[in-house]
Design a protein around this ligand. Structure first.
Ligand code: NAD
Length: 237
């Protein structure tokens, strides 16, 4: 596969749109694709409001497993390329579907987390959010009001936070380079973002070893892994 190098200075706003495949080489399992978590778990049982209301402890256990796995993982060269780019280009953004905090661990600051983070908890009644990171187990289980604190994550069939989607819309609507990495393009509304970037006039690049639902929108498709394609794309040795 020949990867054509991109000159970031030719673009005013660069948006990286990332999904679970971005973290696959860090060791974080994806949901779908080869070896995905959904082969082993039924999401209705572990990552939905209904499951939370029926058995919060089981749901917390599933997310504590994600934290245990996350603590063993480190960002890879693809994450680092983005973080380094942000240091010298004034307008580099990440819109991620990931909940693993791996971009921030690599040093990225401008990260829009569409689906929340496994490293935060939220009171479903009062809406307050707490950082709760660096440990396998959640350190707080209940709010002062008595409610169970849930992982600050958008579960299947939850609504997304409109403040977060407004930010993603704003960032994408002014992108002139949109690079999608490791997303199957099956989860909405994120799955609509490539089309939005296209109608904003951006140049679209996709990195994914397997074709995605949106591959036909992209100007360039690289059927490879994030950690291999990203350094080549930006000429990093
Ligand atoms: P997905 O699991 O549906 O699809 C992953 C995609 O990544 C697949 O298309 C696969 O071909 C591709 N992929 C696998 N290895 C890759 C690699 N090395 N480089 C590039 N691409 C690779 O992921 P999704 O589209 O993000 O949707 C899943 C949902 O599940 C998201 O909403 C996300 O919140 C959540 N999720 C997050 C994580 C995480 O935070 N790391 C992990 C699993 C699931």
């Amino acid at each position: 596969m020949v990867v054509e190098q991109i000159n970031p200075d030719s673009y005013k706003r660069i948006v990286f749109f990332t999904g679970a495949g971005m973290s696959a080489e860090s060791g974080v399992p994806t949901y779908r694709g080869k070896g995905g978590i959904l082969d082993k778990y039924n999401w209705q049982e572990v990552a939905s409001q209904e499951a939370w209301e029926k058995h919060p402890k089981k749901v917390l256990k599933f997310h504590e497993k994600r934290r245990t796995e996350g603590l063993k993982c480190k960002p890879h060269s693809g994450h680092k390329v983005i973080a380094d780019l942000e240091k010298f280009h004034p307008n580099v953004w990440i819109v991620t579907q990931n909940i693993d905090g791996m971009h921030q661990q690599a040093g990225s600051k401008k990260v829009v987390e569409l689906h929340g983070s496994v490293w935060r908890v939220r009171c479903p009644k009062e809406g307050r959010v707490w950082e709760d990171s660096k440990k396998t187990k959640y350190s707080r289980q209940k709010c002062k009001c008595g409610s169970w604190l849930r992982p600050d994550i958008v579960w299947f069939s939850d609504y997304l936070d409109t403040k977060v989607t407004d930010k993603a819309d704003e960032v994408i609507s002014r992108a002139d380079l949109f690079i999608s990495i490791g997303t199957s393009g099956l989860v909405w509304p994120a799955a609509g973002y490539p089309a939005r970037a296209k109608s904003a006039g951006a140049f679209l690049v996709e990195i994914n070893p397997e074709p995605s639902e949106q591959s036909n929108y992209y100007d360039k498709v690289y059927p490879g892994k994030a950690g291999e394609v990203m350094p080549q794309l930006f000429g990093v040795k």
